[in-house]
Design a protein around this ligand. Structure first.
Ligand SMILES: C[S@@+](CC[C@H](N)C(=O)[O-])C[C@H]1O[C@@H](n2cnc3c(N)ncnc32)[C@H](O)[C@@H]1O
Length: 626
């Protein structure tokens, strides 16, 4: 269930009282002046249990249940930073934001990194508007149901080679892994252990220092990679290491021969003749005074070289074979250019300490403590770096963004390796429970600016994004401190963030073609969130975005002029054509040619983007509420 505090209340609507928590809802039967007569239960067949009550209209909040369509608009809130690249922060329940992202980013995301509430029992998340605590016997199934609905949508956003990383702790690790193995068939699931809290805490018997990250990669792909070995070489022992028959002279007789080595420099010069298994071999130096070296173990066992004589000769000619002096153990120098270091399953070290590089870092930014349990900036950075090592322009999504660590890490990684990764953050605007009760007691309710300004998105995520980009605190003073690389916080970053709030329009109020400005940001996102977004579309019968590669034909009768105007803008590659006629759309698309990606928009705004409708296949048959 979703509460829409700003939506007007009409006859027949399902509503909740703004003071109530949880899922207690009413149906509006009558509206007289500023009063609404409401009925409970909603089921009209149970008249014997019916309760009727009058409420002041302004104390009711519209409730939308799962499956009822809602019509989103993205309301721009503020911008931060300078030009290029553009990151997006959306203040919304992620279930709805994910549905909206399906319009703009289906199969476009390279990495989804999420850190959902861990379901510790300590009222760390809400189900049906109510905090879930330890006493709730359905605690685990509620959490799984919440996650399943979101993961089903998230999966559709991933590119075919996209990666999903989910941070989790011991409370739900096992059940999440089972859920993922069911939902993500065709992915391999591997777990990294992150030592994020070396002091240890919790646990009835053992003190936990670690949490997990489940890394989901399409099967058969190698998408998680460490830093590049570029320009580096490595020495490998030349005797093939191993115990079986295949590693001995008798198993591979042609790989047993002498290498002739200069005794002073250790550099190999040539190889001896091929030997049959029964042949005896000379051990003394050659006539030219070169040392004959054979693949013998320290105990004198006859082993074999890594390479046959022909390959060995070419490696010798390339100067890659030498011996350590005085032991005459043979080595080959191997180039690691182009290959990458492995990522290990156990991440231990000060950079993963969430206290130092999460909680304290946020305190440096804000000068106070306003968010519990942020991730270490470097844990997230390392996941980003390893999943996008060869994708410097990756699109990254975090739909449980909390304090916004993922965006901060993206900025840092881009600055360090010259990448242009773009990040989409989604987080709700939850107000901490005790504080919310205090605010409501003082007459400030969800939807009121005085209430909303204390929510996570408005009070933590967005200010953090702005401060770290601009390099100064909210009061304008430079940010104190340095990143581990030595870069100063106060340098900020040459990137940009757009902050949107996902609002819901009342379908009854939207006339044909109205609310177009509300969907302009959605079109801007579909066209890649590139360039500065203008706040308004102007009054012409078409719209050419000034700084982004998209155009909208608003009045189809003006198609000829629109096409002419497009010629002046070779940078435009997306054309949104408003028409209710499929035939006209096809004709206009054909006329524009393949150079444009054309998308039909219906004149009725309502038909373009609608979310929360039941997609039973995607959402799971059993999902009726939340
Ligand atoms: C564990 S925190 C993420 C912390 C984050 N990784 C960081 O370093 O700051 C999870 C966040 O998800 C947000 N959240 C929980 N349920 C949500 C929902 N349904 N939609 C959007 N955000 C949600 C909460 O507000 C919370 O801040």
């Amino acid at each position: 269930m979703l509460r829409l505090p700003k939506a007007p209340i009409r006859l027949g609507n399902v509503v909740a009282h703004r003071d109530s928590w949880g899922s207690e809802v009413w149906r509006v039967l009558e509206i007289t002046g500023k009063k609404a007569k409401c009925r409970q239960p909603l089921n009209p067949t149970k008249y014997d249990q019916e309760v009727l009550r009058d409420f002041p209209l302004d104390e009711l909040v519209l409730v939308v249940r799962f499956g009822e369509p809602i019509y989103p608009v993205l309301t721009p809130v503020e911008r931060g930073g300078s030009d290029k690249p553009r990151h997006i922060l959306i203040n919304a329940d992620n279930y709805h934001a994910l549905q909206l992202l399906l319009y703009s980013h289906e199969r476009k995301i390279d990495l989804i990194y999420i850190d959902p509430p861990y379901n510790t029992g300590a009222r760390d998340w809400k189900y049906n508007n109510d905090y879930v605590d330890r006493s709730d016997i359905w605690r685990h199934s509620k959490w799984l149901s919440m996650m399943k609905k979101r993961l089903l949508l998230a999966k559709r956003l991933l590119k075919p080679d996209g990666v999903l990383v989910i941070a989790i702790d011991e409370n739900e690790h096992a059940s999440l892994k089972l859920l993922l193995s069911d939902l993500l068939r065709g992915y391999s699931l591997e777990t990294v252990v992150v030592n994020h809290h070396p002091q240890g805490s919790g646990g009835d018997n053992v003190s936990f220092t670690h949490e997990y990250a489940i890394v989901c990669v399409p099967e058969g792909m190698h998408r998680i990679q460490g830093a590049s070995f570029e320009g580096e070489t490595e020495d490998w022992g030349l005797i093939k290491a191993g115990a079986g028959h295949d590693y001995s002279r008798s198993g591979r007789p042609r790989m047993f021969y002498a290498i002739h080595v200069d005794k002073k420099t250790g550099v190999a010069q040539s190889v001896g003749p091929e030997l049959a298994l029964k042949d005896r071999y000379p051990l003394e130096d050659t006539e030219d005074g070169l040392r004959r070296v054979y693949p013998l173990s320290s105990k004198g066992d006859e082993k074999r070289w890594r390479y046959g004589r022909t390959k060995m000769e070419s490696l010798i000619a390339a100067g890659k074979i030498r011996a350590s002096i005085p032991s005459f153990s043979m080595k080959v120098t191997v180039s690691r250019k182009g290959s990458r270091r492995p990522i290990y399953s156990n991440w231990v070290g000060p950079r993963y300490n969430a206290g130092a590089h999460g909680t304290s870092l946020l305190r440096d930014i804000f000068g106070d403590s306003r968010f519990p349990f942020p991730k270490s900036l470097y844990t997230t950075e390392d996941f980003l770096a390893s999943a996008t090592a060869d994708k410097p322009n990756a699109i990254v999504l975090d739909f449980f963004a909390g304090s916004g660590t993922t965006l901060h890490s993206t900025l840092l990684l881009n600055a360090e390796d010259g990448g242009t990764r773009a990040c989409i953050l989604v987080t709700n605007n939850e107000v901490e429970e005790k504080f919310a009760v205090r605010l409501q007691t003082a007459g400030s309710y969800p939807g009121d600016a005085s209430f909303e300004k204390h929510g996570i998105c408005e009070n933590v995520t967005w200010p953090r994004c702005k401060c770290v980009l601009q390099g100064h605190r909210e009061d304008g003073s430079p940010l104190p401190g340095k990143y581990l690389s030595g870069r100063e916080f106060k340098e900020g970053f040459q990137e940009n963030v757009e902050y949107f709030r996902l609002d819901f329009v009342d379908p009854a109020l939207v006339e044909r073609g109205d609310a177009f400005e509300g969907i302009l940001p959605i079109l801007w996102m579909i066209a890649g969130a590139i360039g500065e977004r203008e706040p308004r579309r102007g009054t012409t019968p078409w719209y050419l975005a000034k700084h982004s590669p998209f155009a909208v034909l608003i009045r189809e009768t003006k198609f000829g002029e629109f096409r002419k105007a497009l010629r002046e803008r070779p940078d435009i590659s997306w054309a949104f054509l408003v028409t209710d006629s499929d035939d006209n759309f096809t004709a206009m698309r054909r006329d524009l040619g393949r150079r444009y990606r054309c998308i039909q928009l219906y004149k009725s705004y309502l038909e373009n983007f609608r979310i929360n409708t039941v997609d039973r296949h995607a959402a799971g048959e059993d999902e009726e509420s939340e």
